[in-house]
Write a protein that binds this ligand. Structure first.
Ligand code: ADP
Ligand code: MG
Length: 729
């Protein structure tokens, strides 16, 4: 086994950066060349069809058959001109990854001749064999099969792979009875809801605003590990993280290698990734992170949420493909290495009107600031009221290892807004009832004109907050690096839409009672501040004081997924999703079940891999090493050097001590798994996996194995060590 480790190390020694040739020195020459974007559409479609498509995209209008046919025809022509042979509906099933089913463009006509055909109906709808995708019981209750339906709001794109080019059409995936079987359909509904609700609030101020778009800029963190080294670790291959491995001591020289500059192999990888992303119209700007060795980050320019999410999903696929061409493996796991920083996906989010105004941008003008403060406070109110749902939206087996760990956002959902804005809330809160007389400067009276211009740089950067206001956007940082953004974005946009609806109703009521508009708004906002303040936390989120303080404020601290997900069972959750027309009770239940099953599966795999590594790789190595030590002691005694055996005897005993524990724990854990596997109730089973397998055994087993790593001869150790994995060249 150790041979594979040393073979890998030798390979790494000889790695050379891969040469990259950009298609052109100017990005604008090839940006978006593989997407059927607006520019191509305008060129290819008649103005009438183009306009109808635009209405479908921007106003969610239905697409009729003749529009679909026309788009299909020009899409086919465009794709064929680029050498594409197949097309597929591209969708995001609840597994979290993406799925495709390729069909050739060519068909046989009635005379048996081959022709390239692609009709509107093929663009609009496809029936993948969906039986292998999880449906959380939806399929027992309903029709077994589902179909995919075109999402015209996200541009079609071409994927190049070794064996050719495929046209991918972004779609939603639904069952025949209309239940959504994917992540995209609920997201699209939530975005439509937030548009409606925010537009209607905007219209209190400005009747000309007709649309509000939610935007997302997703920073993606990841680790990059040499492929040969990663492949020599079954735990990385099968679980995406290291289950064992001694953390190098603090202040390790690793940092020196890292901080110097990006290793050229990595630079080349990033260059090629950028090129491939640009061809697909993914506007990334790269930079490297200085947090953990071998950890990096790419961030795009923000886009409309649905498009941004498709782009993120696509980008992750690209990263996997491109990294292997550079002999890397990219790790999206939230916590691949113990004692190192974990990875997240910071969801930068804001609301932008059709006039291009960011509603979260504070202004120096009093009137505009009233709009800002309205959205700002309503969003925080929504976060307070639905913090458990937001927590559930980011829960996963792998993110559990990161949330609440000492360098990641805590599992307690709180918001950070900075002292300036906090003071403004306090002032508003203390303002009391305001009477405005004719001729008064209303904003002055309301205390609104005094809001100082808040500079972007002025909002202190609190890295420990799960939900931070960063100048003109909120940043949901607790999202896991491996997650599909659709889930947190669905919840965030839904709860904000819900809150804006409530706010609008309350304001309308006061206005009906002849209250002045501005006064009504401020009165309602003021009434929210006590709750809003409960979810605001400006201090150090890593400290224990926050845990205690949060308890006092009755904020939840759900440290693990099975418990965080329990909010999905609550009737208030079902009512919210139903009221907002996002998900029905069945769809919600299905998701709860799928996510619990997913958790069980992940923990089961980790536990199995752990036991296998411990019993079949680590234990035999320990025994072999022990034997060489025993030989050594015997030999020393034979030649009369009995007095020099003491140290070795201690090591033999130490190795033996840990070896016994490793075997004992691995066996016990396996027994526990057997017991739990026979449990019927999914939720109880998930909780048992969490408490009786993960919590009870993982850390302890790891502790003994890591101790053995320090005791056993380096030449014999089978798994590439942290310093080797994290030392990139
Ligand atoms: P940071 O300092 O947190 O790295 P950046 O300014 O680099 O912040 O932005 C991070 C991400 O936030 C980028 O993807 C950027 O496009 C995105 N972003 C900036 N403004 C907005 C906005 N109004 N809405 C959504 N995302 C935004
Ligand atoms: Mg950021």
């Amino acid at each position: 086994m150790a041979r594979q480790r040393f073979d890998a190390l030798r390979l790494v020694e000889e790695r050379k950066p891969v040469k990259i040739t950009p298609p052109s020195s100017k990005v604008s020459d090839y940006y978006g060349e593989n997407t059927f974007g607006l520019a191509v559409m305008q060129e290819q479609l008649s103005s009438d069809i183009y306009e109808k498509l635009q209405n479908a995209i921007h106003r969610s209008e239905q697409i009729d058959q003749n529009v679909a046919d026309a788009v299909a025809t020009s899409l086919k022509a465009w794709a064929l001109s680029k050498g594409v042979t197949h097309y597929t509906h591209w969708f995001q099933p609840l597994t979290g990854s993406t799925a495709e089913k390729h069909d050739a463009f060519f068909e046989l006509n009635k005379d048996g001749q081959a022709i390239e055909r692609f009709k509107g109906s093929a663009l609009s709808r496809q029936e993948p064999d969906a039986s292998s995708f999880p449906s959380g019981g939806l399929r027992q209750t309903f029709e077994a099969r589902g179909y995919t339906a075109w999402d015209p709001t996200s541009p079609a794109f071409i994927i190049e792979s070794g064996d050719g080019k495929t046209l991918c059409i972004p779609t939603v995936f639904v069952s025949y009875t209309g239940e959504s079987l994917d992540n995209k359909a609920p997201l699209l509904k939530a975005l439509e809801r937030v548009d409606k609700a925010a537009t209607s609030v905007c219209q209190i101020f400005d009747r000309s605003i007709e649309k509000v778009q939610a935007s997302l800029g997703c920073e993606q963190e990841f680790f990059l590990i040499d492929r040969a080294l990663a492949d020599a670790r079954p735990d990385i291959l099968l679980t995406g993280r290291t289950l064992f491995g001694r953390t190098p001591p603090k202040g390790q020289q690793l940092d020196d290698h890292y901080f110097g500059s990006i290793p050229s192999r990595v630079t080349r990888f990033l260059q090629e990734l950028e090129i491939e992303a640009y061809k697909l119209g993914i506007p990334i700007k790269t930079r490297h992170n200085e947090v953990a060795p071998s950890q990096f980050e790419v961030a795009p320019i923000f886009e409309e949420v649905n498009v941004a999410n498709d782009h993120n999903v696509l980008l992750m696929d690209l990263m996997k493909k491109v990294s292997s061409r550079h002999n890397f493996r990219v790790l999206f796991h939230e916590k691949p290495f113990e004692g190192m920083n974990g990875s997240g996906k910071h969801n930068n989010w804001s609301l932008i009107t059709d006039k291009g105004k960011n509603l979260l941008q504070p202004s120096t003008k009093a009137k505009e600031n009233l709009i800002f403060i309205t959205f700002f406070i309503n969003i925080l109110k929504a976060v307070y009221d639905y913090s458990d749902l937001l927590r559930a939206s980011i829960a996963s087996a792998s993110n559990d290892f990161r949330l609440g760990a000492n360098e990641a956002p805590p599992a307690i959902i709180s918001a950070f807004i900075g002292t300036q804005l906090f003071d403004i809330l306090t002032e508003l809160e203390n303002n009391g009832d305001i009477k405005v007389k004719k001729g008064d400067n209303i904003y002055m009276k309301l205390g609104i004109s005094k809001i100082p211009p808040i500079l972007l740089d002025n909002t202190d950067r609190n890295r420990t907050s799960p939900f931070a206001f960063t100048g003109n956007k909120f940043e949901f940082r607790a999202v896991g690096s491996n997650a599909n953004n659709a889930r947190p974005m669905t919840v965030l946009n839904t709860v904000v839409a819900n809150q804006l609806d409530l706010f609008k109703k309350e304001v309308d009521k006061l206005i009906e009672q002849d209250e002045k508009k501005e006064v009504a708004i401020i009165d309602i906002l003021r009434s929210y501040i006590p709750s809003v303040k409960k979810v605001i936390f400006e201090g150090n989120g890593y400290g224990n004081e926050w845990v205690n303080e949060a308890k006092k404020r009755k904020l939840s601290n759900n440290k693990n997924t099975p418990r965080a997900l329990s909010v999905l069972k609550e009737s208030s959750t079902a009512r919210l999703f139903k009221r907002m027309k996002i998900m029905s009770q069945v769809e919600l239940d299905a998701r709860h079940e799928i996510r619990l099953s997913n958790y069980i599966m992940k923990m089961q795999i980790e536990s199995r891999v752990m036991a296998d590594l411990a019993l079949n790789h680590i234990a035999p190595t320990a025994i072999r090493y022990q034997n060489t030590l025993i030989e050594n002691v015997k030999g020393l005694k034979d030649i009369g050097l009995e007095d020099q055996t003491e140290e070795t005897m201690i090591t033999i005993k130490n190795v033996g001590k840990h070896l016994i524990q490793v075997k004992k724990l691995a066996h016990e854990m396996t027994q526990e798994r057997k017991r739990i596997n026979s449990m019927e109730n999914v939720e109880e089973k998930a909780i048992a996996y969490c408490d009786d397998v993960k919590e009870k055994y993982f850390e302890e087993l790891r502790w003994h194995v890591d101790k053995l790593e320090t005791l056993i001869d380096d030449e014999m150790w089978p798994l590439p060590k942290y310093r080797e994995l994290l030392f990139l060249r």
